[in-house]
Design a protein around this ligand. Structure first.
Ligand code: SAH
Length: 410
């Protein structure tokens, strides 16, 4: 194990970089040069920061300061183009980060056509009064626009429209019964630098550069971002201010850490909010997500209703459909009841299976009926297309690459 006491430039904001260069007796414009090198050029090491004098590079190294870009240890490529990266940090711990090229959605940013449709939906038809007023034929019009967009992409325009799914913790403590990450248990929190570092490493590898390339970001990988709140918030700020990813293109998903939902509403920089609902009543939710004992549906819904939405913003509720467990029309009706009157939409995810997971994936007819029942009740509902299931890169499948027998990418 390497020493973790080393300071990384990655993770420092402009004020901290300024303090650092001041302490070395350097002019403060050096902070800008460091930020450019770390977050925009994404150089691998301090020696490679060519804007700095050799002497300053040596001084930084002598202080035990390193760049801190995490290492891509392994990559798995799916038939659908999704890439699952195993990314290792200086202490040897690793997480998984997923790159989903094209066909992504701006709002949901989840790498799905559902997200794409939802985005068109938002841009074309949402007014500040919310999604509840959408008429029947609007999804059709939005769909048409999606098809046009798709066509443009195929013509080679609008390149670089991709989604990165990042992790916030090594493992997870929440213990959702349908999620592979839960089987790992909780190892440790990631630092802000390690969260941002995943993005920098993947952008570098993919030769993508925001804002020129349209990058969506979802905090939906391993871990519960709201149980690593400070680091997550700092990472989000660095991603907006330094890496250049638009705030509206980021979504954070929480299992429902109610006090942090309240806190999050007060942040100046905040990605969009997604809440993993996954069950339509308390008994079911407690069985599937034990954290429901602590923060039940009443508390969760109260936090969601109190959440201060911005113009053209809504809350996304994710709902993993488990065959014969939570996927019946009666469950859909209960969900519609819970969400009645809220400015929200529902993303339905048919279970992505995995070893050690007891549940089954519902057939597509059941998924369609669930969606239809929600829509009939006036709730916009979308089915999320699984990405990278063949390489265990889809939602809830992120575990440890080494523990899963899949063939490495060629
Ligand atoms: N801890 C956060 C973010 C990570 S999970 C959260 O719970 O929201 C991201 C999404 O994947 C969540 O909506 C979660 O419910 C869903 N998910 C987990 N396991 C899944 C599985 N096996 N199949 C499909 N979706 C799953």
């Amino acid at each position: 194990m390497k020493d973790r006491s080393q300071i990384s430039l990655l993770g420092l904001d402009r004020a901290e970089l300024t303090l650092l260069v001041d302490s070395l007796g350097e002019p403060s414009y050096r902070a800008k040069q460091l930020a450019e090198a770390v977050y925009r050029q994404r150089v691998e090491s301090i020696e490679k920061i060519s804007t700095l004098s050799q002497q300053l590079r040596r001084q930084l190294a002598a202080k035990g300061i390193s760049l801190g870009l995490p290492r891509i240890e392994n990559r798995f490529v799916s038939q659908d183009g999704t890439v699952r990266y195993l990314i290792a940090f200086s202490d040897g711990q690793s997480v998984e980060t997923v790159w989903m090229p094209e066909g992504d959605g701006g709002e949901a940013g989840d790498g799905s056509e559902a997200g794409e449709l939802a985005e068109r939906f938002a841009e074309s038809s949402l007014n500040t009064s919310g999604a509840q007023g959408l008429s029947e034929n609007e999804p059709g019009a939005a769909l048409k626009r999606c098809a046009t967009q798709k066509h443009k992409q195929l013509q080679g325009q609008n390149q670089g429209r991709s989604t990165i799914c990042i992790s916030s913790q090594v493992g997870c403590a929440v213990d959702c019964q349908f999620c592979l990450t839960a089987l790992l248990g909780m190892k440790r929190n990631l630092t802000a630098g390690e969260i941002v570092g995943q993005v920098c490493a993947v952008l570098k590898e993919q030769k993508a550069s925001p804002p020129e390339d349209r990058i969506n970001l979802v905090f939906m990988g391993m871990g519960e971002p709201f149980l690593n709140y400070e680091n997550f918030v700092k990472a989000a700020r660095l991603l907006v201010e330094e890496v250049g990813i638009a705030e509206r293109r980021m979504t954070v998903s929480t299992a429902g850490i109610v006090p942090r939902i309240h806190d999050f509403g007060g942040e100046t920089i905040r990605p969009k909010l997604a809440i993993s609902l996954n069950a339509s009543n308390d008994a079911l939710r407690t069985r599937l997500m034990p954290l429901n004992k602590k923060w039940n549906l009443e508390m969760l819904m109260a936090a969601a209703r109190a959440y201060p939405l911005r113009t053209r913003e809504w809350i996304t509720f994710e709902y993993v459909l488990l065959g014969g467990v939570n996927d019946g029309p009666e469950n859909a009706k209960e969900v519609a009841e819970l969400l009645r009157g809220m400015r929200c939409k529902v993303n339905l995810i048919a279970l992505n299976p995995g070893p050690g997971i007891e549940f089954t994936t519902p057939d597509s007819q059941r998924v369609a009926t669930f969606q239809e029942t929600l829509r009939e009740a006036g709730i916009p509902a979308f089915v999320r297309r699984p990405r990278g299931r063949d390489i265990y890169a889809a939602c809830g499948q992120l575990k440890r690459t080494v523990e899963i027998a899949t063939a490495p990418a060629p």
